[in-house]
Design a protein. Structure first.
Length: 297
């Protein structure tokens, strides 16, 4: 893929303040007509795709899935049926994508170089699409709930990354801009806060996406699944045990944990693998669909 470059004095570390400056109550801003046309055309294409297509119908191994657990990818590759996403989740995908387009439009309006939007990359037959390269850095735009936004703001995503965002950005950046690292541009969709979380070159280099891809391609062809991706965890001091976040959002959790019981707490379903003390909340019967990715789109 050809990299697009153009002279630009701005750097990523001023991006947030530059975006906010567009909304300075004392200074008006006249948008660039070409940027407006591109934004509107992107929205039109986005609406067509999101209303006509559904995620989860392509190959099991993609750049966006490199951080997922081996067993989950094995089930996906083998074609095992999994829990379907809800209509509300697909709607969340749509407005998450709309926010992404808005943020990239504002980056351009703030004078930053935005190139390679939604460019496709391919390694050993594995495909992926980046959000953009901003000021020479591969950037993944994330719209998030306040809870999830905090991980990007304080950097705790490096210790708690249940959906494999770090491996994903590492794979993209090591293929496209080796040695430069990557970054997340996160937006709190409730409070309007924006932050940048850089992922240093030492982290992205250590991931080695090509080795991960080669391993996964061999692993998913094996006749038996690998070990469970994660163990269950204690549910307080009750003696009960539950699935952690990683397993709770997996569409194959009932297959991995055949005796799973689901209890409907006020903050969402809790999936118990061991019930030593029956919770004083309703128990679900049948499949419970969980909202995707803890508020991140």
């Amino acid at each position: 893929m050809k990299m697009k470059t153009s002279p630009n004095p701005k750097e990523l570390n001023t991006l947030v303040e530059d975006i906010y400056s567009l909304f300075d109550p004392k200074v008006g801003h006249e948008p660039n007509e070409q940027n407006l046309d591109d934004f509107c055309n992107n929205l039109k294409d986005l609406l067509k795709v999101r209303l006509s297509q559904r995620d989860g119908l392509g190959d099991a191994i993609r750049f966006s899935s490199l951080g997922k657990g081996d067993r989950q990818l094995w089930y996906d590759a083998q074609g095992f049926e999994k829990e379907e996403l809800t209509a509300k989740t697909y709607f969340k995908f749509l407005y998450g994508d709309i926010i992404e387009q808005l943020i990239l439009f504002l980056c351009k309006e703030a004078g930053h170089e935005v190139t390679n939007e939604q460019d496709e990359i391919e390694v050993n037959g594995v495909l992926g699409h980046i959000d953009a390269i901003i000021d020479g850095v591969v950037v993944d735009v994330k719209s998030a709930s306040p809870y999830s936004y905090k991980k990007f703001k304080d950097g705790s995503l490096f210790e708690n990354d249940p959906f494999g965002y770090i491996p994903q950005i590492s794979g993209y950046s090591e293929v496209l801009t080796p040695g430069r690292g990557g970054a997340f541009l996160a937006f709190d969709k409730v409070h309007g806060d924006i932050c940048i979380l850089g992922v240093g070159a030492s982290i992205t280099k250590a991931f080695e996406p090509i080795k991960r891809i080669e391993y996964l391609q061999e692993m998913v062809q094996k006749p038996e699944p690998p070990e469970r991706c994660y163990e269950d965890v204690e549910d307080g001091k009750s003696g009960n045990r539950k699935l952690g976040t990683n397993c709770g959002y997996c569409g194959h959790k009932a297959r991995c944990w055949p005796n799973l019981r689901t209890f409907l707490y006020s903050n969402g379903p809790r999936f118990l693998t061991v019930v030593a003390k029956t919770p004083d909340v309703p128990e679900a019967r049948g499949q419970v669909k969980v909202e995707n990715e803890e508020g991140v789109t």
